[in-house]
Design a protein around this ligand. Structure first.
Ligand SMILES: Cc1cc2nc3c(=O)[nH]c(=O)nc-3n(C[C@H](O)[C@H](O)[C@H](O)COP(=O)(O)OP(=O)(O)OC[C@H]3O[C@@H](n4cnc5c(N)ncnc54)[C@H](O)[C@@H]3O)c2cc1C
Length: 310
């Protein structure tokens, strides 16, 4: 049961955002900057944001060559251009706003490793550069002259460099967003799981972390920023989860001879080093069906890797 004061002040807002990942917090902040007098509440079911934002690989990327080419097979040139433009301008905007140090950003360049079967994509490198030139004012992708010198196994036949790519620390980015949200006077409640959204009435029905307390919020506007979990709140919506898993090694007792962000297989597989550890991620393409999941468990399917010694 809530007191008169709680009922009077804690349950009514101009905007309620559900989900406090990068998208939820950015939405709340942008709205508040545009409408400074608006009351804004963010509801998050975890103690911390519990989705992709704090579980990702930290690539500050916008698409590798084969990923862009793959997109061009099922999207128009304008759509692919718009997608890359939005991704890059988003990255530029957080770099400018927060500064690279606060994001743990390093401009280390991106690399895509091509095997024999992908060598034909090199023939399309110039046309992709031409398509993206208005965004970057320069060529994005270039071929590394002597890929064998990078020390990869002989299965890697060519390496494509992306000089506009970098890496960041997603935890630091989240902290920067928290601070900014706080400065803007945005209310963030964690441990509140939204169960139902009645959009026509502007009602949000939720439960606290124990599941015992029912909460009923009211908002003039509601933003659902729940990513893969949205379908549960809005059944019938065409949003399919595309889970990916990240594996982080123990600290390595040898020095990895390369620096940067690395992509393979149309961007589905990626790796980089983090604090002397190897981060290896993705591989959703090895089991698309099982990875249409919002579960946090590990996919038991085995993928074989060849051991490489340095
Ligand atoms: C394995 C992996 C690696 C990735 N690597 C990269 C990368 O290197 N670079 C890159 O740019 N992108 C990467 N991404 C994508 C990127 O992380 C996501 O696009 C981004 O984090 C999405 O942010 P979001 O706020 O939409 O979603 P999320 O971060 O998933 O946030 C959704 C939030 O909603 C909350 N929520 C859900 N349901 C409810 C509910 N009912 N009530 C209240 N709260 C709820 C969740 O707890 C969560 O905090 C990766 C994604 C994955 C899965």
């Amino acid at each position: 049961m809530f007191s008169y004061w709680e009922k009077k002040h804690f349950f009514h807002y101009d905007l309620i955002v559900v989900g406090s990942g990068f998208v939820g917090l950015s939405t709340a902040i942008h709205y508040k900057v545009k409408y400074p007098r608006a009351s804004v509440l963010v509801l998050e079911r975890g103690v911390f944001p519990t989705g992709a934002s704090t579980r990702n690989a930290g690539f500050a990327c916008f698409g590798s060559l084969t990923e862009v080419l793959d997109d061009l097979h099922h999207m128009t040139h304008e759509e692919v251009f718009g997608l890359v433009e939005r991704r890059y301008s988003g990255l530029e905007s957080i770099r400018t706003h927060f500064g690279e140090k606060k994001l743990g950003y390093s401009h280390s360049n991106g690399y895509e490793l091509l095997g024999e079967s992908q060598l034909e994509t090199i023939g399309e490198l110039a046309s992709v550069n031409k398509l993206l030139r208005p965004i970057f004012g320069d060529d994005v992708f270039s071929l590394i002259k002597k890929p064998e010198k990078m020390g990869f196994a002989d299965r890697v036949k060519a390496v494509v460099k992306n000089k506009f790519e970098g890496e960041l620390d997603p935890g630091l980015f989240m902290i920067s967003l928290w601070k900014l949200a706080q400065q803007e006077g945005i209310q963030l409640l964690t441990g509140v799981s939204v169960c139902e959204v009645q959009k026509d009435q502007g009602l949000i029905l939720a439960k606290d972390a124990s599941g015992a307390t029912n909460l009923e919020f009211e908002a003039k506007k509601i933003a659902l920023c729940t990513n893969a979990f949205t379908e549960k709140l809005w059944p019938g919506l065409d949003i399919v989860p595309g889970r990916g898993l990240i594996l982080l090694s123990k600290p390595l007792d040898f020095k990895i001879p390369w620096k940067g962000t690395f992509h393979m297989d149309k961007g589905y597989v990626y790796f980089r080093q983090v604090d002397g550890r190897l981060l290896l991620g993705g591989a959703r393409n090895k089991d698309f069906e099982s990875e249409k999941s919002t579960g946090f468990s590990v996919n038991p399917r085995k993928v074989s890797f060849r051991k490489v010694s340095y």
